[in-house]
Design a protein around this ligand. Structure first.
Ligand SMILES: [Ca+2]
Ligand SMILES: [Ca+2]
Ligand SMILES: [Ca+2]
Length: 337
């Protein structure tokens, strides 16, 4: 086998390994490199600074070592996406060494072009494959698109629902949103009323139409009764704590972030699942709803208009030759002869 062939074979093997990595990033999770944060900057498009369909964006993906005993050196990244509406045009970059708990970004920005036909609000899934002196690894992250529109309120009609006592299957109450679709860019959950004589029995979970789950609260309130006008919002100051008294009236941070629902389809069947984990006390889901901000995107600039027609020659030879000095007048302004 020639040197060239061996090199080529090695490249093919590496390429195959990268493809496998993109498909199954969890297989390399033991290398202890994690996603930290992503910085997205619009570099071409409609110029409003918001990543949107039709824009090209520069991407800095900050990663870090979560292994206190290892510094990763010789790090290089290759960015890819399996999403049909996006194209990575600058995919490769070096990274400085990854020391424990210190985020490091790609030395040269990645570039991603988003198709003008992709849906506003979609979070574009990206895979960053990393080569290091300790072996290959990878991280996944999303590129969000669009801005949040105004919130609209939706209420579940599937109430009341009895909560089965001490049953891990729980009860599901649906909230169906019909209409023109769109994607979520912000979401709050309103628990108008749950009647229950021992809140500490309960776990509340929201499920999106595409199957994403968010735990809102679980096992809080001890023997306290009911939920009354409880709102879950990522922007709230704190979660429901062990010391928070029932019935939890007010606005609280959910146990898990609702932001994972950004990019989910708005239309379809949302579900509030309520599980009663302990026998003895019972209750019902009486009223709940969602406040959802739909993703909105600004249009891309119109194509350049065609050049104006040549000025009308009124028959006295002052047409094209003088067009720079005198703009053409409409035809009806020609002097009468
Ligand atoms: Ca934009
Ligand atoms: Ca009680
Ligand atoms: Ca119970």
């Amino acid at each position: 086998m020639t040197r060239t062939t061996r090199t080529h074979l090695r490249q093919v093997v590496v390429a195959a390994a990268l493809m496998a990595l993109a498909a199954v990033p969890a297989a390399h999770a033991d290398l202890a490199v994690q996603h930290d944060s992503t910085v997205v900057t619009e570099t071409a498009g409609n110029g409003n600074g918001i990543p949107e369909p039709g824009d090209t964006v520069a991407v800095t993906e900050n990663v870090m070592s979560v292994d206190p005993d290892q510094v990763f050196s010789g790090v290089s990244g290759t960015l890819a996406t399996s999403f049909a509406g996006a194209t990575v045009s600058s995919a490769s970059s070096a990274y400085a060494d990854l020391a424990f708990a210190t985020p490091v970004g790609n030395a040269s920005p990645y570039s991603v072009a988003m198709s003008s036909t992709m849906e506003c609000g979609v979070a574009v899934p990206m895979t960053l494959s990393l080569q290091t002196s300790a072996g290959p690894t990878g991280v996944g992250f999303d590129l969000p698109t669009g801005a949040a529109g105004s919130f609209a309120a939706y209420d579940s009609a599937a109430v009341p629902r009895a909560i089965p006592d001490g049953d891990s299957l729980g009860v599901s109450s649906d909230l169906t949103i019909s209409g023109s679709g769109g994607r979520v860019k912000g979401l709050r959950v309103r628990i108008g009323h749950i009647t229950h004589t021992y809140d500490g029995d309960l776990t509340l979970i929201l499920i999106s139409p595409d199957g994403r789950t968010v735990k809102l609260v679980g096992g809080k309130g001890d023997s306290g009764d009911d939920f009354v006008d409880t709102v879950f919002d990522d922007n709230a100051a704190s979660t429901i704590r062990s010391t928070t008294p029932a019935p939890f009236t007010g606005t609280f941070k959910p146990a898990e972030p609702l932001s994972v629902l950004d990019g989910a389809p708005l239309s379809g069947s949302w579900t509030l699942k309520v599980v009663d984990n302990s026998s003895g006390d019972i209750g019902t889901v009486d009223a709940w709803g969602l406040n959802i901000a739909r993703a909105i995107c600004a249009p891309q600039p119109s194509p350049q208009p065609p050049p104006p027609p040549p000025p009308h020659d009124c028959g006295n030879g002052n047409g094209a030759g003088n067009s720079k000095a005198k703009p053409a007048k409409p035809q009806h302004d020609c002097p009468k002869k």
